[in-house]
Every structure is written in C-alpha cells, then in structure tokens.
Design a protein. Structure first.
Length: 106
C-alpha cells in the first residue's frame, strides 16, 4: 500500500521578504556539519536522529516548517511530528531550493 506524503509547501510559495510566516518555527533537521555550512536565520536545529528525544524543545503551539538538504529527511520528520500531534509542513526542495531562491543563509 502506498504511503501518503506529508503536507508540503514549495519554496516559491514563501514570501521572500519574510520566508518564515509569523507564528511558525523553521526546524532544520540536517546534521551538524550541514548546519554549520549554512542555515536559515532563526532556524531551530535538531538533527533528524535526535528529533524524538528532543521534540520537547520545540515551541509549544507553534506551526513547524521543516527543512533538510533537499526534502527527504524533512518529509520523514514532518510525518512523525504530525503523528505526534504537532502541526508540521515539509519545505519541498529543502535548503537547496531555499538557497536557489536567494533566501537568507547564515
């Protein structure tokens, strides 16, 4: 039986002047080296392998926009987060699409 895809949003749908909507937390689930190489400002970093143990660090009641390198790991994280009662959406294309769109990286 095919599995359903988690909710997702393409980078093109983000507002370039404020890519993370108010009331939303950008959650980066990439590994430390990927994060250190460049990440979106104000993102929260919790690697996918630590997400289950560290989910309590996420802001209560915040919507989550989940990002990884290209969208695969963040899709898995989004599925788990939604099953755990969070409101999470995967960022299609990940940081690759974010960077190509000219959105800020620190």
């Amino acid at each position: 039986m095919p599995t359903s895809q988690p909710p997702a949003i393409p980078v093109a749908a983000l507002d370039p002047s404020a890519p993370v909507p108010p009331g939303t937390t950008l959650l980066d689930v990439r590994e430390r080296a990927e994060w250190d190489a460049g990440h979106a400002p104000d993102a929260v970093h919790i690697p996918l392998g630590e997400l289950v143990e560290r989910a309590g660090e996420l802001p209560a009641g915040s919507r989550l926009l989940v990002v990884c390198h290209s969208g695969g790991r963040s899709a898995r994280a989004t599925t788990w987060l939604n099953e755990a009662g969070y409101h999470a959406v995967n960022l299609d294309g990940g940081m690759v699409a974010w960077t190509r769109a000219g959105l800020p990286v620190v």
